[in-house]
Design a protein around this ligand. Structure first.
Ligand code: NAD
Length: 248
């Protein structure tokens, strides 16, 4: 199997894209730490993986707290003997409004969870991955890490930051066998998009030339490729998974 004898850490692993990645990695033979702020969500994914014959463990923590991220890496090493693969995926949508209308606390919260937390991930994961002899990190950005949505100011800024952080970390560790890439999904049908009025949902579909939104499994497939040895010369790259959203 592709991920036999690999240990993986997936943040926000309890739902949506993170859950799909956790299942894909476990199906491929990895031991997976499913990290989430929601114990119930993470436990649900671990239960699913274990009943399918895979290996996984729950870690409950808040990725915007650096000590919690440090503890999640230590937990992976202690529980499964090392760390080779990491997906920094946990994120929130945040407040909507134009730049002049976003309150400062709303800005700060999105930067903390969608950008600083990804830095904490890379910061603590890299030494563990180096100690294991190398590996691969994928940071989950967005199409809004490549282009803007005027009503999603903090989200757009944080996701662009993730792209830059990814490139800097990739260049810094490429010679030592740690690859770091970002993925940029278009709008994906996950709980993040739940409770959206039908006309807003239809408006989003219209922005994707594919004529539909994406699925978490379609994003997980690309993340799985980037984590695998098939992507051994791929680092510092930005993979769009957007049904053509940024092509037009
Ligand atoms: P989701 O809401 O289904 O899952 C996110 C998970 O992250 C949840 O289980 C949640 O409990 C967890 N989480 C939230 N804040 C956390 C924190 N501070 N610490 C730890 N865990 C936390 O969302 P999703 O759609 O699967 O999104 C995953 C990632 O993909 C996010 O970074 C999001 O910005 C990005 N993304 C999503 C879409 C989309 O349309 N759904 C598009 C592009 C990018």
């Amino acid at each position: 199997n592709t991920f036999d004898s690999k240990v993986a850490l997936v943040t926000g692993g309890g739902s949506g894209i993170g859950a799909a990645v956790s299942r894909l990695l476990a199906d491929g033979g990895a031991s997976v730490v499913v990290s989430d702020i929601s114990e119930k969500a993470a436990q649900g994914v671990v239960d699913e993986i274990e009943s399918a014959g895979g290996t996984a463990a729950v870690f409950v923590g808040d990725t915007s707290d650096p000590s919690s991220v440090e503890a999640s890496v230590a937990f992976a090493v202690k529980t499964f003997g090392g760390l080779h693969l990491a997906v920094n995926n946990a994120g929130i949508g945040g407040p909507s409004g134009l730049a002049a209308d976003i309150d400062i606390a709303g800005w700060q919260k999105v930067i903390d969870i969608n950008l600083s937390a990804v830095f904490y991930g890379v910061h603590y994961e890299i030494p563990a991955i180096l100690a294991a002899g190398g590996g691969s990190i994928v940071n989950v950005s967005s199409i809004l890490g490549l282009v803007a949505e005027p009503s999603a100011v903090p989200y757009t800024a944080a996701k662009h930051g993730v792209a830059g952080l990814t490139k800097a970390a990739a260049a810094g560790y490429a010679a030592q066998g740690v690859r770091v890439n970002s993925v940029h999904p278009g709008y994906i049908e996950t709980p993040l998009l739940a409770n959206m009025p039908k006309e807003v949902h239809d408006g989003l579909i219209a922005k994707h030339p594919a004529g539909r939104l994406g699925t978490a499994d379609e994003v997980a497939a690309v993340i799985g490729f980037l984590l695998s040895d098939a992507a051994s010369f791929v680092t510092g790259s930005q993979y769009t998974i957007d049904g053509g959203y940024t092509a037009i």
